[in-house]
Design a protein around this ligand. Structure first.
Ligand code: NDP
Ligand code: 2IT
Length: 450
């Protein structure tokens, strides 16, 4: 398939040529280029300065060995990554993912998306991402600590509060950020709070950062509903995943009067027609790092069931919030959602919907909110954490949550206004891509050919 604009097609062909086999990265680039036809037509200066081609090439890609010793005394070798994609708007900013599927193409897709997402927040943060193919599942606390220390022993030389500021993503939460920060401090002998975000509250972390991605996703979706004269009240919602994003999305949906009836992990999904018991999910997933299948036995009753086969998207709902991982909702899943009357799909994860899934949803008139906009609350609150670190201040939960809600409203409105301006009213996808692109692109133009 070809990209609409000829110049953009050339850029895409070059991305394919230079990055063979990196399918997720190709997919992420393709989605953005598909949105930019009208922008390049209206603004020839972007093509003249090769802004789009330059945006597709990371400023720096770091790959390193992480050797460590497991509890049995065996040497383990993992691979670490940090892709510093674009610093036009601020220090590179984006999470670290620890998952066996991590490779350079995955980190590049995530880093590329992060440029536009971070730009869309309106905050002074560039785009980056990193991680490792380390699998934290089944590892002891001591092993996770040793791995994090080994990982930081190389990463520390590349990061800094004015250079590159990592945070969490899949497999990296408060525990890992703690071990990473401790090792950074030990190596550098600097209490440089602003070098990492997602820290604990007593040592430089921000209120609401833990909840921010899930809460922000629901605030964004609430804006979508509000724009249609509707609300979460009485809505049935399905949220995939049961990690950081999913858990706090469920919490906020319940606070706003909706009912989440299903969630999942990589082994299967649970349905609870009475509405999920979030306290129980927190005990299983946050307390014991257990499996979501345990929910059914612990909850009891006849309203719950666990499924290993099939797709969570077969569960009827009004609103779907895919919040696990990339490409978890395809065209067949979209068909099930449409058949069951779903009207809004908002991405909590990064790129959870396949291009075929998005096409089917939008053709059927389902409102589609892309991750770059809908899940930007996490990184936006990271930027608030950096702001508090820089001023050695800490804000209250209420103040920080209000800032987050305002940021999500701002992103929503920016997407809609941009979609209107470019003649695609109602398209959050194109609005997000164009608005995210133009802020970063204008900064690149101003800063010259670098
Ligand atoms: P967590 O590690 O806390 O949770 C991930 C959840 O997704 C788990 O339930 C996990 O199940 C499931 N999952 C992970 N990989 C797969 C897979 N290959 N197939 C099926 N299920 C899978 O991560 P987060 O909640 O932080 O991240 C979820 C998504 O949100 C990711 O796409 C991430 O990039 C994105 N995101 C995260 C932000 C943040 O602040 N944390 C900010 C913005 C986006 P299991 O336990 O079985 O592996
Ligand atoms: O995908 C994301 O936006 C994140 N994982 C959060 C990044 C951050 O720096 O808070």
């Amino acid at each position: 398939m070809s990209v609409v604009d000829e110049k953009l097609q050339d850029i895409y062909d070059e991305v394919l040529r230079r990055n063979p086999g990196e399918t997720e990265f190709h997919q992420a680039v393709r989605e953005v280029l598909d949105s930019l036809g009208a922008v390049v037509a209206k603004n020839p200066q972007y093509a003249e300065a090769a802004v789009i081609g330059r945006l597709c090439e990371p400023e720096r890609q770091i790959i390193f060995k992480v050797a460590w010793v497991d509890d049995s005394g065996t040497v383990q070798i993992n691979r670490g990554f940090r892709v510093e994609f674009n610093s036009a708007l601020g220090p590179y900013k984006g999470g670290l993912r620890f998952h066996p599927s991590v490779n350079l193409g995955i980190v590049k897709f995530l880093g590329f998306e992060q440029i536009f997402k971070n730009s869309l927040t309106g905050m002074p943060i560039g785009g980056g991402k990193g991680g490792s193919d380390f699998d934290p599942k089944g590892r002891s606390e001591a092993e996770v600590m040793r791995f994090c220390q080994a990982f930081m022993t190389e990463l520390y030389r590349h990061i800094g509060e004015y250079t590159d500021v990592p945070a969490g993503d899949i497999g990296v939460g408060g525990r890992e950020v703690g071990y990473l920060f401790g090792q950074y401090k030990r190596i550098t002998n600097r209490y440089e709070s602003g070098v990492l975000t997602g820290k604990g509250l007593s040592w430089g972390g921000s209120q609401v950062r833990t909840e921010a991605t899930g809460y922000g996703l629901v605030f964004f979706t609430d804006e979508v509903l509000r724009a249609r004269g509707d609300s979460f009240e009485g809505k049935q919602v399905v949220v995939s995943g049961s990690g950081n994003v999913a858990i706090y999305a469920i919490e906020k949906v319940h606070q706003l009067g909706g009912t989440v009836v299903a969630c999942s992990d990589s082994a299967g999904y649970v349905v609870d027609r009475d509405g999920l018991d979030l306290q129980l999910i927190k005990e299983i997933k946050l307390g014991r790092r257990g499996r979501i299948s345990e929910y059914v036995d612990l909850k009891g009753g006849t309203a719950t069931r666990y499924a290993k086969e099939g797709s969570i998207w077969e569960v009827p709902c009004d609103i779907a919030l895919p919040s696990a991982t990339q490409n978890e909702l395809n065209a067949a899943d979209a068909t099930s959602l449409i058949a069951n009357g779903c009207t809004i799909v908002a991405e909590g994860a990064n790129m959870p919907c396949t291009p075929g899934g998005i096409r089917r949803l939008t053709e059927a008139g389902v409102v589609f909110a892309p991750g770059k906009a809908a899940n930007a609350g996490g990184v936006a609150t990271s930027a608030l954490e950096m702001q508090q670190n820089a001023s050695r201040d800490s804000w209250t939960f209420e103040h920080t949550e209000e800032r987050l809600a305002n940021i999500m409203r701002g992103i929503h409105d920016r997407c809609m206004e941009t979609a209107d301006e470019y003649g695609v009213p109602g398209s959050y996808l194109i609005g997000a891509n164009i608005a995210g692109f133009t802020r970063a692109a204008d900064a690149m133009l101003a800063q010259g050919i670098i």
